[in-house]
Design a binder for this molecule. Sequence first.
Ligand SMILES: C[S@@+](CC[C@H](N)C(=O)[O-])C[C@H]1O[C@@H](n2cnc3c(N)ncnc32)[C@H](O)[C@@H]1O
Length: 289
Amino acid sequence: MPTPSRVEAPRRRSTGEPLPDRHLLYTAAVQHVALDLEHLEEIYGGGRRRRPTLLREDFCGTAALACGWAASAPDRHACAVDLHGPTLAWARRRRLPALGEAAARVTLFQADARVVTRPRVDVVTALNFSYWVFKTRRALCAYFTAARRSLNPGGMLLLDAFGGNDAAQALVEASRVAASRGPAGERIPPFTFEWEQVSFNPVDHALRCHIHFRLRDGRRIPRAFSYDWRMWTLPELRETLAEAGFDDAAVYVQDWDDAAGQALASYSRRDRFENQSGWLAYVVGRVAR
Ligand SMILES: C[S@@+](CC[C@H](N)C(=O)[O-])C[C@H]1O[C@@H](n2cnc3c(N)ncnc32)[C@H](O)[C@@H]1O
């Protein structure tokens, strides 16, 4: 989740330029592919003889992680699965050409992640909380079962989750995002990313959220992305992974620097931790070797 920061005042009015592409802004604001790949490799097990080569990115959106995976080594292949044709078309048009020869190692599938089980892979990812779209235990278990059936011996399903005292309430957090470049070198201007939790229902854990973008010239892209989720708890996720046949279900929590009072980039496996205003975790289901 974004780090809260002061909401920035608009500097100047619109120049008549077209608004930046919302997928580019999303990637710059919330996706950290290099870090995710680093964590994935550490969690998979750096000391193992066999390194993972086959990855499936479920709920892939524009397939940023799948593309990063294929680009990371010539023996790495990725599948990327999403229900939404136009978003996959964006990935095909904007991301794959910039990958060069690695593009041949990325396959995009338009499908419900609950029905895909082949080809078998070493790692399945479902990041940025996208599996929270499943609102019942039955639907969640169907997804986890499909993911388990997709894995080679020793494989893992990597999920992320957030929680803490602030997670279950209405709020808006704003963070500045510096100028950057898109997959084909496109200029992404600096902007402010707003994460809005509209409502949380303690009865069914329904969480409704929006992402808004605000440009430095004062223009906004309100509700660029909206989410209608169930906020799953860590014990529910571990129990459902076990129900779906995973041999191990572990939680890796983002480390915290007490002295500096800030989150670190690393994650550690934990069986307990003190609740905080906000925390981020990976939840990992493993299949035995
Ligand atoms: C929050 S985006 C995730 C984008 C990307 N994975 C990330 O890490 O930021 C959620 C995506 O899940 C897709 N989606 C929703 N339900 C799905 C399902 N049952 N199977 C596959 N994709 C689904 C949506 O089309 C959307 O592109």
